[in-house]
Design a protein around this ligand. Structure first.
Ligand code: PLP
Length: 404
């Protein structure tokens, strides 16, 4: 009997990708995850749900996003043909809305009144607040006080969209505490609310659901690339924070003879804990936020402090499916430092008239190296988002006149 396609084989019924994934939770939370999984497997696969999601993607999000041949970048990097999957043109300017609309649609089918989530830099909060507005749902976003002060424009966006931003004032007052506070709020009212996670992380079924919703990126890109060129790309490249934009584009090519490169943030480039957020490269197997993956752990056994110039990439763990695919050798490990990412940020802006998000600039930075190694091959990059959110920071910290 032929084996089932990869996306049907993984995860297993318990939510494992090899030894990674699963759900290690207190009983009441585990029961809620089971309910969400069951709803996803039934409602999420129904004809009606699929048609509605397709309609939303086309008419609200503006999908399909184009694949674009970056000719001037290609010429500048020596000949490897470089193509961009333009998730920066997705509504709200990044790929995150792909899974937020899916999660919110499921919540609306389940008759939920409210969406709850945490946010670090505010990108997930903005995408979820957008989805909540679309469906007429309430939205509560938990955010550390330190992040609220740092990410003012996104805080304002969430409020404009009608979401409530709840400040979290204990501990380090950043993402980890926001996750704890959001889960606590969710457990007080699981019947009328739904938790909506921001990447391919967290307990089962979230890594699977988010991957499946993001797979539209890879499925579209594969078709588009083939119709443009008559063949498949040799390489597909994406940045990896939690790993949702990478899993989305990888999903389209997972059974093809295509190299899949996940680019992690090497931050200051020292390799010292605290100077980067490269979990796959430097991490060890462990438990974080209710699932098993590779994590960056400090001496005290807690998730380590992390650093990246791109706030969407600084998470001390990674989606369990990335841990598995990396361990199996199906995906290839890559990295880019803060400076390399900033250089790539400027070069795409000036060569192509596209200002990328600093997260996406990590993928572009690695393309520079790949292009030197494989000058006769083709490279498809997931341009996960646009750089508008990063303009003030880059302008002040890495002024344009220094990066001519
Ligand atoms: C949040 C974000 C990322 C990182 O998240 P993943 O789950 O790793 O994709 C990457 N790019 C952009 C533009 C983001 O907003």
């Amino acid at each position: 009997m032929p084996t089932k396609p990869y996306l049907k084989r993984f995860p297993d019924p318990q939510g494992f990708y090899g030894s990674f994934g699963g759900a290690e939770l207190p009983p009441d939370l585990a029961a809620e995850m089971h309910k969400i999984e069951k709803a996803y497997r039934t409602i999420g696969n129904s004809h009606d749900f699929i048609l509605r999601l397709r309609d939303i993607r086309e008419h609200f999000q503006g999908r399909p996003t184009p694949v674009y041949y970056a000719k001037r970048l290609t010429d500048a990097l020596g000949g490897a043909r470089i193509y961009l999957k333009r998730e920066d043109l997705n509504h709200t300017g990044a790929h995150k809305l792909n899974h937020c609309m899916g999660e919110a649609l499921l919540a609306s089918y389940l008759g939920k009144r409210k969406l709850i989530a945490e946010t670090g830099a505010g990108q997930h909060g903005v995408a979820l607040a957008t989805a909540a507005a679309y469906f007429g749902l309430e939205c509560e976003i938990y955010m550390g006080e330190v992040d609220i002060a740092k990410e003012h424009p996104n805080v304002i966006r969430m409020k404009m969209l009608g979401a409530e931003v709840v400040p979290v004032g204990f501990g380090q007052r950043t993402l980890k505490e926001a996750v704890d506070a959001a889960f606590e709020a969710y457990m007080k009212d699981p019947d009328s609310s739904m938790y909506a996670i921001g990447s391919v992380v967290g307990p089962h079924p979230f890594p699977m659901m988010v991957r499946d919703f993001q797979a539209v990126v890879g499925i579209e890109a594969r078709e588009q690339f083939q119709s443009m060129t008559g063949h498949l790309p040799d390489h597909v490249v994406a940045c990896v924070g939690g790993g949702s934009n990478a899993m989305g584009i990888f999903a389209g090519f997972i059974e093809d003879p295509v190299e899949l490169w996940g680019v992690e943030p090497l931050g200051r480039g020292t390799g010292t804990l605290g100077d980067h957020a490269a979990s796959l490269r430097f991490g060890r197997p462990g438990l974080i936020h209710g699932f098993t993956t590779v994590t960056l752990t400090g001496d005290d056994g807690n998730p380590a402090a992390v650093h990246s110039v791109a706030s969407g990439l600084d998470y001390p763990g990674v989606g369990p499916e990335h841990a598995y695919l990396n361990a199996e050798g199906r995906t290839r490990l890559a990295g880019a430092t803060d400076e390399e990412a900033v250089r790539a940020f400027y070069s795409l802006s000036r060569l192509e008239g596209i200002i990328p998000a600093l997260e996406s600039a990590h993928a572009l930075a690695y393309v520079r190296k790949l292009a030197a190694d494989f000058p006769n091959e083709s490279i498809l990059v997931n341009l996960s988002g646009r750089g508008d959110k990063d303009l003030d920071y880059v302008y002040e910290t890495y002024p344009p006149e220094d990066w001519a």
